[in-house]
Design a protein around this ligand. Structure first.
Ligand code: AP5
Length: 195
C-alpha cells in the first residue's frame, strides 16, 4: 500500500536525517526541496544559481519555482508507492499548491510528521555541521534567520494539518536512534515496512 507523508520542523530538527531512514524502511523516495536545490547549485545550472541566491541568505525560493519543481518530481514513476516530502510545503501558499497537486493526481497525505526541537539545540547542531560540511547557509546569522522564518512562516502550517486530523508530533531531541524509534511509533497503523 502506498504511503504519502510529509515531515515539517525547524532547521536542524533532523528532518533530512530521519527522512532518509524512514524512506529506507518504507521503500519510498524522500523528496527534499532543500536537497534538490543544493544538487542544482552544485551543478551550477540556472535553477541552482537562482535557488542559491535565496538559500544562501536563508530566504525561501519563490513559490512558483518551488511548486513547479515539486509537481514535476511527483510525476516521477518512483512515487507510485508513495513518498515523503521533506521541507515542503513551507508556507500557506505552498500548502494550497500541494493540495491542488495531490487532488489532480487523486491522492491524499496519510500523515504529517512534526519534528520539534529547541532553537538553541538546533543552532548548536547546525554550527557543528558547518564545520563538517560547510553548507553556505550554516553561518550563525543565516541559521538564526532560517529559524525565525520557520516560526513566522512555516509553523502556522502545523495548525492547518492538525485541523485536518493528520498531524503527528514527535520530539526531535535525543539521539538519532531514539528519534527514529519515536517517529516509527508515531506512524503505527499508517505505514507498513516495505517487503
Ligand atoms: P532545507 O534543506 O530543507 O533546510 P532546513 O529546513 O533549514 O533544514 P536542515 O537541512 O538544515 O535541517 P534538517 O531538519 O533536515 O536536519 P538534518 O537532518 O539535516 O532547506 C534549505 C533551504 O532551501 C531553505 O532555507 C530555503 O532557502 C530553500 N528551500 C527548501 N525548501 C523550500 C521550500 N519549500 N520553499 C522555498 N524554499 C525552500 O540535521 C541537521 C544536523 O543535525 C546534521 O548535522 C545531523 O547530522 C544532526 N542531527 C540530526 N539529528 C540529530 C540528533 N537527533 N542529535 C544530534 N544531531 C542530529
Amino acid at each position: 500500500m502506498a504511503v504519502r507523508l510529509l515531515v515539517v520542523g525547524p532547521p536542524g530538527a533532523g528532518k533530512g536525517t530521519q527522512a532518509a531512514r524512514l524512506c529506507e524502511k518504507l521503500g519510498i523516495p524522500a523528496i527534499s526541496t532543500g536537497a534538490i536545490f543544493r544538487a542544482h547549485a552544485a551543478a551550477n545550472d540556472e535553477l541552482g544559481k537562482l535557488a542559491a541566491s535565496y538559500t544562501s541568505r536563508g530566504e525561501l525560493v519563490p513559490d512558483e519555482v518551488t511548486n513547479r519543481m515539486v509537481a514535476a518530481r511527483l510525476d516521477q514513476p518512483d512515487t507510485a508507492q508513495g513518498f515523503l516530502l521533506d521541507g515542503y510545503p513551507r508556507n500557506v501558499g505552498q500548502v494550497a499548491a500541494l493540495d491542488a497537486m495531490l487532488e489532480a493526481r487523486g491522492i491524499v497525505l496519510d500523515a504529517v510528521l512534526e519534528l520539534t526541537a529547541d532553537d538553541d539545540a538546533v543552532v548548536e547542531r547546525l554550527l557543528h555541521r558547518a564545520q563538517i560540511e560547510g553548507r553556505p547557509d550554516d553561518t550563525e546569522y543565516v541559521i538564526r534567520h532560517r529559524i525565525h522564518l520557520y516560526h513566522e512562516t512555516t509553523q502556522p502550517l502545523i495548525d492547518i494539518y492538525r485541523s485536518r486530523g493528520i498531524l503527528r508530533r514527535v520530539d526531535g531531541m535525543g539521539s538519532v536512534d531514539e528519534v527514529f524509534a519515536k517517529l516509527t511509533a508515531a506512524l503505527d497503523g499508517i505505514a507498513k515496512e516495505s517487503a
